[in-house]
Design a protein around this ligand. Sequence first.
Ligand code: NDP
Length: 258
Amino acid sequence: MRLKNKVALITGGNSGIGLATAKVFLAEGAKVIITGRNPETLAAAQKTLGEGVLALKVDVTDVAATERAFAEAAAEFGRFDILFANAGIGGATPLGQTSLEQFERIISTNLTAVFFTVQSALPHLNDGASVILNGSVHAVLGMPGWSAYAATKGAVRSMTRNMASELAPRGIRVNQVTPGGTKTPIWAPYSQTPDAAAALEERIGGMSALGRMSEAEEIAKAALYFASDDSSNVTGIEITVDGGATSAPSGAKIFRAA
Ligand code: NDP
């Protein structure tokens, strides 16, 4: 058990990568708190994860509510050893077709709220805790139509380094998981029929050297490394789980076809 008796808080723990990480952390002996907005998926996640998991309904863009929820969680479960700032949204923002509101919604959820998630957790974090931020390969991909999302994930990448340096005096480590295309409900708007889902999976998977999308559990296992003492002298880095899409793109099927 690599997380025995550790208390872990996971934002967006009711879906996708956050839910998969909650399962992995629980299996490794952690006490887990999950947050999310959707009461149905929160209740379903709590049921799947089992007794002893605290599920809190809170919108990460509401700083005061986040501070209250984290204080409540700490009062019930004790101080946190692990924080996974995972909650986030996707969404295209093509030039010429994007409103200020659409752009700012992505910035406030994926960037501003990540900062305030860490700040709100800080009074309840043990010295030596592990903070994990969730980035994305979009930080470096240059994908047309995704400026706001890519900008938030580039900013998260910078914040990982800033926070690692800032929190080092307390022995708090700050690292980042960087997923490539991963099979989660975030893709639901683009895969509403089985055919659309298969085509999307083929297209995204085809952009990576290993030729497939990641499973959420594969990101969770990278988060586990950062959460556990296996990474006790590791801070300010990222682990990219993308089948080589960013490091070895020439291996992708689209480039190999002869
Ligand atoms: P999901 O849509 O499955 O999960 C997103 C989670 O974030 C949900 O639990 C959702 O809760 C929560 N969330 C979103 N907005 C808010 C909010 N305002 N307040 C509270 N919770 C919120 O997607 P993923 O698991 O894929 O996404 C998790 C993270 O992984 C995101 O940061 C995403 O950018 C990142 N990522 C995902 C990739 C992928 O291909 N899947 C690739 C690269 C990065 P609720 O539904 O209750 O609102």
